[in-house]
Design a protein around this ligand. Sequence first.
Ligand code: ATP
Ligand code: LTN
Length: 336
Amino acid sequence: MEVVLEQPIKKKIIFSGIQPTGVPTLGNYIGALRNWNSLQDEFNCVYSIVNMHAITVRQNAADLRRQTLEAYALILACGIDPQKSTAFIQSHVRAHAELAWALSCFTQFGELSRMTQFKDKSAKNADNINAGLFTYPVLMAADILLYQTDLVPIGADQKQHLELARDVATRFNGVYGNVFKIPEGYIPTTGARVMSLADPTKKMSKSDENANGFISILDKPETIVKKFKRAVTDSDAEIRYAEGKDGINNLMSIYSVMTGADYAAIEREFEGKGYGYFKEQVGNCVAEHLSPIREKHALLLNDKAYLEKCYTEGAQKAEHFAERTLQKVYKKLGFL
Ligand code: ATP
Ligand code: LTN
């Protein structure tokens, strides 16, 4: 008789990060945070508030400190369970900065020059095009590679950075053997790029100076509905998903993610109904979906001791793993 030994199934590893640069938007939620939550049972998840990335743009120290804690509370409010997953603050685990330095010696100037986020952000911050803004993707590669990550849940805008992380890891492995796992992206099919409500040709962004363009996860229900009612659409007045209807396409993709209905079902549901009615319905379902998150966030922020305990333990767990990879890298590099 054949004896089959039971092997414990090793869960795949997920890593992702979010910058504490402001209140996260519906775009961050749909493109990333929503998936962070749903992946927790099946995978071994590591999530970080990447405050070291945030300083590539000038920040006020007191605001950054507050926003970091708020962002941490927000990921817990979105359903991240600090017992199940590892949730920590990037600057608490020194291996991130250390690996970033080593990897920067395996990243080409030309590769970094092609990054569209660098080009966009340098145009926006012309008076502060610092070296950190340029090497931002190397720190992101270090974040991911330290944990031997299999999958990285991100919005479509981060795809180019992930490709770079894969290229750098492959190059390093080519010289030193199999040191890093080559990560794959996990990009949602619907909602990977939520657009601004004020200009649907632009990505919804928390740093947009026009507050009507984004829905913050913590906006009050009435603000959410009001912003959706003002959303820019077109003059065609027909609710259907089609090229050139950026505003309606964006609202349909948001509604689809919130309700689970596909585009055909949404078109049937709103046939013959006006844009005004549709916009209000999208606003209502988003407001309803986000309300419990806003309430939980407020409760969590009232319990600073609990948050501190969670992020301290999170950093210890993360460090344990990260340090193993870093030591392996140092050995391969020939550091005595
Ligand atoms: P900023 O606007 O300050 O540059 P951001 O919101 O673009 O910030 P992050 O906070 O670092 O950037 O993003 C966290 C996650 O949210 C990333 O995975 C990113 O891809 C995703 N994301 C950001 N904006 C959108 C969007 N409009 N639609 C879908 N996903 C998004
Ligand atoms: N650059 C990302 C944030 C980020 C990240 C990461 C995402 C930093 N390190 C590692 C995934 C994995 C952004 O969203 N702007």
